[in-house]
Design a protein around this ligand. Structure first.
Ligand SMILES: Nc1ncnc2c1ncn2[C@@H]1O[C@H](COP(=O)(O)OP(=O)(O)OP(=O)(O)O)[C@@H](O)[C@H]1O
Ligand SMILES: [Mg+2]
Length: 618
């Protein structure tokens, strides 16, 4: 067969790429925009054990990114080498790759960056009498190191990023956008190393100034500087450990959810990670506590032996692979889930420790409540040191028993005074009235409690249904007179087909005609519900999910539908003992701070806040 002419000309020969071109190709993966340069330089400074890092940026990083650290420095004879590919001080043999404890390991970052910018590297090591400098423009350094002035540590200066790769430059956005990305990188990294101070300047203007955080308070201040005060006021401390896995940090209350995933910081052994397995575990843990489409906020640190995690799976090292991913997933899920389940009324901090006024909702944060901000207590108690569970469960159990007797009394207990012994008043206090058939008003040690009675009751019933369903014994109650329910043929067929699921849910339902069902038993907790409407809604759910497997996956949604029917409607008059019983139930129910849709169920107005309303100085 004859070859086409133009193919003949090329002869299919292989040639080695010029070093600069090879580096530029590698840079395509490593250096996407100024923020990726900042990330690599900051990681190098951290690997060099710097305790102070200064970042100067001009024009969003396109004109200048200068990172200066006080780390270990680079040996004079290694300066040129540091800029060539596959040169690293961090690993040397294959086995090292399986137990990486530094952020860098590929020996790719500096050569990649230098191939698409004008780079200067200045460094001095401990005991050096002078510092040394090398510069290069897009290619290997022309000359060896020349003397320079610099204290111990390293400065890397990147000018005119992508000056020689116009295709890349075209993709850069506005100065503001690029700087925004870069600042986010600095924030993420600053949260990963509390012991390091960071200064960020943009066009000579100070943007972030974070001193090394040594005490608990310093660390909280750094979180506040980066995540905002409302986050820490609406977060609980988490600290959990099993089988060499250690998870700690802060998780936002479900009521403090976000419309975006922008307040999610996750670190694996000090490395910033965005990982599907991690997001999935977190999402599961917050399941049915958030409004649809809302995202939780968190700052979490996972620590595990380096051999158990492979960091060499992604060009920007943003993803990891866990050796035992199942174990890690379950551990994350359980730790977060348990911490959230433990949020109870009364877990909030002492009013005196609480920051005065919550900010308004200007940053898109869903802040409708000030229930249960544990943060103040969490941060006065322990940071990283000893392990503590975030939920004083036993305390609640004792309280519930102690007050079980009390709430059976019709009379209002002795008036609660400022300074009353908190041990004698339950966290949600004692009911004093019902407002417009919607809210329960109660008095506790701190002041006034307002409870959305329907939302609270719905959550209690839902939790009860879930527990009994999981244990396989939803209690049924026979109806005195079986209730007939008119349905269409399709619904009647569904009721027959999925009768087993109805039974598990605590119903006994029969089809007694083409379009007629009867209910003989219903779940005991729903005995006050409108049975016809209840069954119709469950049928509608079943119709939506349609096959048994999906129905089982969505069982919580069905239970939630049922709970809505079983809970007290607005406008139902409750007696004081009934209200007190509800308050005590809330105190002993998991996740009772939010209703099934993530709305808060109660809130506190302290005496101080009331005084302020009346301008009553104390
Ligand atoms: N700020 C710094 N302080 C001290 N040494 C540094 C610094 N920056 C770079 N180095 C040295 O230069 C080497 C090359 O850096 P480079 O970032 O290119 O590769 P790496 O960090 O080893 O791996 P990676 O490509 O994964 O980042 C490093 O291994 C380190 O020895
Ligand atoms: Mg590096």
């Amino acid at each position: 067969m004859e070859m086409p002419l133009d193919q003949e000309k090329h002869q299919f020969r292989i040639q080695r790429l010029a070093t600069q071109l090879a580096n530029q190709i590698a840079a395509g993966e490593v250096v996407e925009r100024p923020s990726s340069v900042a990330k690599e330089l900051l990681e190098n400074s951290l690997d060099a054990a710097a305790t102070q890092i200064e970042i100067d940026v001009e024009q969003g990083g396109t004109r200048l990114i200068r990172v200066r650290d006080n780390g270990s420095g680079i040996h004079k004879d290694d300066l040129v080498l540091a800029l060539s590919r596959h040169a690293t001080s961090k690993i040397s043999v294959l086995d090292d790759l399986g137990r990486i404890s530094t952020l860098g390991f590929r020996g790719e970052a500096l050569p990649s960056i230098s191939s698409v910018s004008r780079l200067t590297l200045i460094s001095a090591q401990q005991g050096d009498s002078a510092a040394w400098r090398v510069s290069c423009e897009g290619k290997d350094p022309d000359a060896g190191p020349v003397p320079a002035a610099h204290p111990r540590g390293t400065t890397v200066e990147i000018r005119d990023l992508f000056y020689n790769t116009p295709a890349r430059r075209k993709f850069l956005r506005t100065e503001k956008t690029e700087f925004g990305h870069l600042e986010e990188v600095v924030k993420r990294i600053a949260l990963s190393h509390f012991n390091v101070g960071f200064q960020l300047r943009h066009n000579q203007r100070a943007v972030q100034s974070l001193k090394p955080a040594k005490s608990d308070l310093d660390r909280i201040q750094r979180i506040v500087a980066i995540c905002g005060r409302p986050f820490i006021e609406n977060a609980i401390r988490i600290d959990d450990e099993i089988a060499g896995l250690h998870l700690w940090g802060w998780i936002g209350l479900p009521t403090y959810s976000r419309s975006q995933t922008d307040l999610q910081y996750f670190y694996v052994n000090g490395r910033v990670i965005r990982d599907k397995l991690v997001s999935h575990a977190v999402r599961q843990a917050y399941k049915d506590m958030l409004y649809h489409g809302r995202h939780p906020a968190f700052v979490l640190y996972l620590e595990l032996p380096p051999e158990q995690v492979d960091v060499n799976v992604h060009p920007t090292k943003h993803e990891v692979r866990f050796r035992d991913s199942r174990l890690v997933h379950d551990f994350l899920f359980r730790a977060i889930h348990n911490a959230l389940a433990g949020i109870r009324p009364g877990d909030h901090a002492e009013p005196t420790q609480r920051t005065d006024k919550l900010r308004d909702d200007s940053d898109g944060v869903n802040m409708q409540t000030r229930t249960a901000p544990l943060s103040a207590r969490a941060y006065t108690s322990s940071y990283g040191g000893h392990r503590q569970s975030s939920m004083p469960l036993h305390v609640h159990e004792q309280l519930s028993t102690a007050y079980a007797a009390l709430y059976n009394h019709e009379q209002h207990p002795a008036q609660i005074q400022a300074g009353s012994d908190p041990q004698e008043v339950p966290p949600l206090g004692f009911a004093i009235a019902q407002l417009h058939g919607v809210y329960i008003l109660a008095e506790n040690v701190d002041g006034l409690i307002v409870v959305d009675m329907h939302a609270a009751h719905e959550r209690i019933i839902y939790e009860r249904l879930k527990t009994t369903f999981d244990e396989g014994n939803v209690k049924s109650q026979p109806l005195l007179v079986p209730v007939p329910i008119d349905v269409n043929e399709k619904e009647a067929a569904l009721a027959e087909e999925y009768n087993e699921i109805f039974t598990e849910l605590g119903f006994e339902i029969q089809r007694i005609g083409p379009t007629i069902l009867t209910a003989r038993d219903i779940p005991a907790v729903l005995c006050d519900a409108n049975i016809e409407a209840l069954i119709r809604d469950v049928l509608a759910d079943i119709n939506t999910y349609h096959d048994s497997k999906r129905i089982r996956d969505k069982i919580n949604e069905i239970l939630s539908t049922m709970a809505c029917h079983g809970s007290v409607r607005a406008n139902r008059k409750l007696t004081i003992p009934e209200m007190n019983a509800l308050l005590r139930d809330m105190e002993s129910t998991e996740r009772s701070g939010q209703c099934n849709h993530g709305r808060p169920t109660w809130t506190q107005l302290t005496m101080k806040e009331l005084d302020r309303l009346f301008m009553r100085g104390r």
